[in-house]
Design a protein. Structure first.
Lengths: 105, 105
DNA sequence: ACCTCAAATCAAAAATTGTTGATATATTGT
DNA sequence: ACAATATATCAACAATTTTTGATTTGAGGT
């Protein structure tokens, strides 16, 4: 379908996986570096890296390099954009439009 | 992972697929019956049915049976729940937590 | 009861996504 | 320059999701 939809899907795809939700839960407690995120949740190093990429691509998480370490944190602007998008996608253009145009009901 | 995450993922899974986003776009214009939704977007009858089930399960869409036809519409309460959930998942418990606890930085 | 049509369900195939281990890149300390 | 460590990337495999066509269910209409 249209690439706009592809782009939108990317934001929510970040939230579709239980492991990514668990990672977000960790990040709610504040910025964390990859080594810490990996440990408690049954993820290999490359597995974590894979999920962090998806989270960063969605805009919901940002990363900050500091020496060898990468630190991840929730992005406020990412969150705001996501909420706006969610509302935009699911809010009727005009409420109460009457019956179905097609089935004449 | 925990079944809470599974449950949360269900809401956003509805928004992860370009075709489902296209369907939601149609529904923004008001209630539509399945026959109408199917037509303009390259979906077989069973394909549409599959996606509508996922959308309904997420709570973002509700269905209304009327004779042979099923009518779908956006759910306001579903939308509000989804926004609340999105915020809950992506908002830090306390902003500004200081450096990373692990890497003493 | 029988026929027709809308939508749901099922099973198999196709496509996409997630996992794993190996390897590459980049930074720090010696 | 070299060794050690953190993370990213890659390619092969596994798991999940989506698509498709066939069949089933259920509501009218005759």
């Amino acid at each position: 379908m249209s690439s706009v939809h592809q782009e939108h899907a990317k934001v929510f795809k970040a939230l579709c996986d239980p492991k990514r939700l668990a990672i977000l839960e960790q990040l709610r407690g504040g910025e964390k570096c990859a080594c810490v995120l990996q440990e408690p949740m049954n993820l290999t190093q490359s597995g974590l890296s894979y999920h962090m990429k998806i989270l960063c691509d969605s805009g919901l998480v940002t990363s900050r390099q500091e020496g060898k370490w990468t630190h991840y944190r929730l992005s406020e602007t990412g969150r705001n954009k996501a909420v706006k998008l969610l509302l935009a996608i699911t809010t009727p253009v005009t409420d109460q439009e009457g019956g179905c145009l097609s089935c004449d009901r």
